[in-house]
Design a protein around this ligand. Structure first.
Ligand SMILES: [Ca+2]
Ligand SMILES: [Ca+2]
Ligand SMILES: [Ca+2]
Ligand SMILES: [Ca+2]
Length: 286
C-alpha cells in the first residue's frame, strides 16, 4: 500500500520559484507499480491506476488533460492514454512485443514511443487515437527514450548505434540525426526544456547516475547533481524553472524537484516514487 505523505515539518524545502506544475509519477513495487498524480508538495497525490500489474512511465499531454503511459494490464507492455483523473483509458498499441516510453508531440496529436515489434528496439510514432503508425528508425542497434522538441520539429532519443548509449536528435519524421553526447558511459532519458534551448538527461559518466543539462546542440554539458546515489529521469516544469527527478539519496526511490540550475532539491514523495513527469496545472487547462 502506497500512501503519499503530507508536506510539512521535516520535509526539505521545495523550490518555490516559478508557477506551479503538476507531477505524474510511479509508485509501488516494479511488478505492481501504479500511476499517481499530484502537486509539487506531494500532499494531494491521488492514484490513477489500481490493478496490481505494472503501470508506468506516465507523461502529461501538453494541455494537461491526458496522461499517456505504459502498462502490462493486457499481458505485455502496451501504450495507453487516459484522462488525467484516471478515467477513459484507451489502448494505443496492440502487439505481442514490447511497446513503451510514450512521449506526446507538442500539438498533442501524436505519441512517439519505442517498440521491439520489428525484432529490434526502434522508435515509432502513432496518433493519439491509435491510428497512423510510423516507424522512425531502422537499424540493428537499440533506440529508445524519444521526446519531442517543443516546436515538434525534432526528437531527442537514446541509441547505442555508435557503441554505447548516447543521446541523439533527429528530424521528427526520422531522418537527419545528430549525436549530442560523446563518452564511454551511458547517457539517457533526454528531456527538452520548454523553450527548446536545453536538454536535461542522466548519465553515469562520473561514476554513478547524475542529472546533467546541455544546450540543445550538445554544447555546455553541465552536471546538476553530485552525490553517490542514483539520480535520474529529469523532467522540466512547464515554465522551465525546475526539474523533477527521481533519486534514492534518502534510502529508496523518491521524486524530488530542484531548480533548473541544480539548486535547492526538495522531496515531493514520502512513501516512494519514481519516473516523474511534469505537466501544467489544472488551472492551465483550456
Ligand atoms: Ca505490445
Ligand atoms: Ca534499432
Ligand atoms: Ca555515452
Ligand atoms: Ca548521483
Amino acid at each position: 500500500m502506497v500512501i503519499m505523505g503530507v508536506a510539512g515539518a521535516g520535509v526539505a524545502a521545495t523550490p518555490s520559484a516559478g508557477s506551479p506544475g503538476r507531477l505524474c509519477f510511479v509508485a509501488g513495487a516494479r511488478d505492481e507499480a501504479e500511476i499517481w498524480i499530484g502537486d509539487e508538495s506531494g500532499s494531494t497525490a491521488v492514484r490513477l491506476t489500481d490493478n496490481g500489474v505494472y503501470d508506468g512511465a506516465p507523461v502529461f499531454s501538453p494541455d494537461g488533460r491526458l496522461v499517456a503511459f505504459e502498462s502490462k494490464r493486457d499481458g505485455n507492455l502496451e501504450l495507453y492514454v487516459m484522462d488525467a483523473d484516471g478515467s477513459d483509458v484507451v489502448r494505443l498499441t496492440n502487439h505481442d512485443s514490447y511497446d513503451d516510453q510514450a512521449a506526446f508531440s507538442p500539438d498533442g496529436e501524436r505519441i512517439a514511443f519505442m517498440s521491439y515489434r520489428d525484432e529490434n528496439w526502434e522508435i515509432y510514432s502513432v496518433g493519439v487515437d491509435g491510428a497512423g503508425l510510423a516507424r522512425l528508425t531502422n537499424n540493428d542497434s537499440t533506440e529508445g527514450g524519444p521526446t519531442f522538441s517543443p516546436d515538434g520539429e525534432r526528437l531527442a532519443f537514446v541509441s547505442n548505434r555508435e557503441g554505447n548509449r548516447e543521446i541523439y536528435v533527429m528530424d521528427a519524421r526520422g531522418g537527419d540525426w545528430t549525436r549530442l553526447t560523446f563518452n564511454d558511459a551511458a547517457d539517457r532519458a533526454p528531456a527538452f526544456s520548454p523553450d527548446g534551448r536545453s536538454i536535461a538527461f542522466m548519465s553515469d559518466r562520473d561514476g554513478n547516475w547524475e542529472i546533467y543539462v546541455m544546450a540543445a546542440d550538445g554544447s555546455s554539458q553541465t552536471r546538476l547533481t553530485d552525490n553517490e546515489c542514483y539520480d535520474g529521469e529529469p523532467s522540466f516544469s512547464p515554465d522551465g524553472s525546475r526539474l523533477a527527478f527521481d533519486t534514492d539519496r534518502g534510502g529508496r526511490p523518491e521524486v524530488y524537484v530542484m531548480n533548473a540550475d541544480g539548486s535547492t532539491p526538495g522531496l515531493v514523495t514520502l512513501e516512494g516514487g519514481y519516473l516523474p513527469a511534469f505537466g501544467p496545472t489544472a488551472a492551465d487547462e483550456p
